[in-house]
Design a binder for this molecule. Structure first.
Ligand code: XMP
Length: 498
């Protein structure tokens, strides 16, 4: 035996999703009773263990809003300028913000006719009356104006307004606000601070809209949770995203196990308030080394993604279940969340990732073909499709701001660079259009709930503790897929592999 033959003979066996099944176990649990909440980073929990990929054909504000409404997390991609990414973060933060901040007001000396004019123009039915210092001193509604508008259009607002205004302080709980509005038969409540200073307005309509998403994941201000992707050396972007209110910064690199990345991210972490997820990694050694960066979670996956060619182009990677389990062994001891990134094709893959220690999964292709993903739908042979491309594909490296070049260490390249000087590690294609993201997430969660029922786990912690896997052969996998039948009605949670 010599050095080279040892390298082969002593190489560990590694596994991925199709190498195992989860063994059913004694259970009293029914799927509808399980809870799917999980820790995605030191300071943030999700209500479902799902995160959308930081890719330019997967996550911008519409996807991040949709997934947050269902209880998961969107990571805005970074193939755009800092200002554009900041803008996407802000769109998520302002979406369904209960308090409308730019309230249209009127002064007490304005006329009834003027109030009517504003209400007609802005299509609103009431205006807070404020002093020069923005202090609320009354409210005027169409009902107050109606009897006066014809006979006394020039009367001052102060003579017709309701002086006793029901206001609420900032951060009032939506249920309390709703009760108050119903009890007092008002449709809107001015939000004030200190000495009655107006800061916004809450309407019943917005509160009811919010109630449509009981599982939504929100930060302490009641706004949707959101993450922004950032290169490991891009301190300006990290700070800008942090200032814009991103809760989590997801460091986006094809190979996180690098000394300069560890140092840069440790520094970045000290300068921002947001939690930091570091990735991608695929080995125990990487996890142990990167503990020094003191980040809030690791992203695991080198080459499992549906659009990845890293394993083929560079011969590099670790099959995903082995990668997740080796990193999770380290992280469990340190209480650091693990996000399994890439390779999820079916809901059963999510369950397997969680069974080997992941706390959440990151999903690209399954969400790429949805209404909320960026890009247009195209029709080919009578079927609808949407574009899906790797961030290391030629298109992504030369489009946008060329973030892929930096993700794959081809710095110095830019979007004017000739295609022939780039070495892609991803491909571009299309995936079938799948309708709305919440419908996909519902099916993915449904599959996961079902797993938990089979193994008797009421929550993800119990899943981590109780799961037992069986190693299967190719024949075992073949038997697992539908066989000896022509599918006539496509199922919403199963498509044969292309
Ligand atoms: P899925 O399987 O969900 O994987 O489509 C999405 C994940 O793949 C990673 N990603 C890439 N990996 N080359 C790669 O090797 C690429 O061009 C590329 N683009 C994305 C990324 O981690 C994503 O979340």
């Amino acid at each position: 035996m010599g050095k080279y033959s040892d390298r082969l003979n002593k190489a560990p066996e590694t596994y991925t999703f199709d190498d195992f099944l989860i063994q059913p176990g004694l259970s009293t649990i029914i799927p509808k009773d399980v809870t799917l909440n999980t820790q995605v980073s030191t300071n943030y929990k999700l209500n479902i263990p799902m995160v959308s990929s930081a890719m330019d054909t997967v996550t911008e504000a519409p996807m991040a809003i949709a997934i947050a409404q269902e209880g998961g997390l969107g990571v805005i991609h970074r193939n755009m300028t800092i200002e554009e990414e900041v803008n996407e973060i802000k769109k998520v933060k302002y979406a369904n913000d209960l308090t409308v901040r730019e309230v249209i007001t009127i002064e007490p000396d304005a006329t009834i006719a003027h109030a009517q004019e504003i209400m007609d123009m802005e299509q609103i039915s009431g205006l807070p009356v404020v002093t020069d210092e923005d202090k609320v001193i009354g409210i005027i509604s169409r009902r107050d104006i109606k009897p006066l508008i014809n006979k006394h259009p020039n009367k001052k607002i102060s003579t017709a307004m309701t002086e006793k205004v029901l206001t609420i302080p900032e951060n009032t709980n939506p249920d309390e606000a709703l009760d108050l509005a119903y009890e007092n038969k008002v449709e809107r409540l001015p939000v004030t601070r200190n000495n009655n200073e107006l800061v916004g307005m809450v309407t019943i309509k917005d509160i009811l809209e919010r109630k449509k998403y009981p599982n939504a994941i929100r930060d302490k201000d009641g706004k949707y949770l959101v993450a922004g992707a950032c290169g490991p050396f891009d301190m300006d972007r990290a700070i800008a995203l942090d200032d814009a209110g991103a809760n989590i910064i997801a460091i986006d690199s094809a190979h996180g196990h690098k000394t300069d990345i560890m140092e840069a991210v440790r520094e970045m972490n000290k300068n921002i308030e947001a939690d930091v997820l570091l990735g991608n990694i695929a080995t125990k050694k990487a996890a142990e080394y990167l503990l020094k960066a003191e980040v809030d979670g690791f992203k695991v996956g080198i080459g499992p993604g549906s659009i990845c060619t890293t394993r083929i182009v560079a011969g590099i990677g670790v099959p995903q279940l082995s990668a997740i389990s080796s990193v999770a062994d380290v992280c469990q001891k340190e209480n650091i969340p693990v996000i399994a990134d890439g390779g999820i094709r079916y809901s059963g893959d999510i369950s397997k990732a969680l069974c080997v220690g992941a706390d959440a999964v990151m999903i690209g292709s399954l969400l790429a073909g949805t209404k909320e993903s960026p890009g247009e739908t195209t029709i080919m042979n009578g079927r609808k499709y949407k574009q899906y491309r790797g961030m290391g594909s030629l298109g992504a490296m030369t489009g946008g701001v060329g973030a892929g070049t930096d993700r794959y260490f081809q710095n110095g390249s830019n979007n004017n660079m000739k295609h022939t000087k780039l070495v892609p590690e991803g491909i571009e294609g299309v995936v079938p259009y799948k309708g709305k993201a919440p419908e996909i997430l519902f099916q993915l969660c449904g599959g996961l709930r079902s797993t938990m029922g089979y193994i008797g786990a009421i929550n993800i912690n119990e899943m981590h503790e109780k799961a037992e896997l069986v190693r299967i052969t190719n024949s075992g996998m073949n038997e697992s897929h539908p066989h000896d039948i022509t599918i006539t009605n496509e199922s919403p949670n199963y498509q044969p592999r292309l």
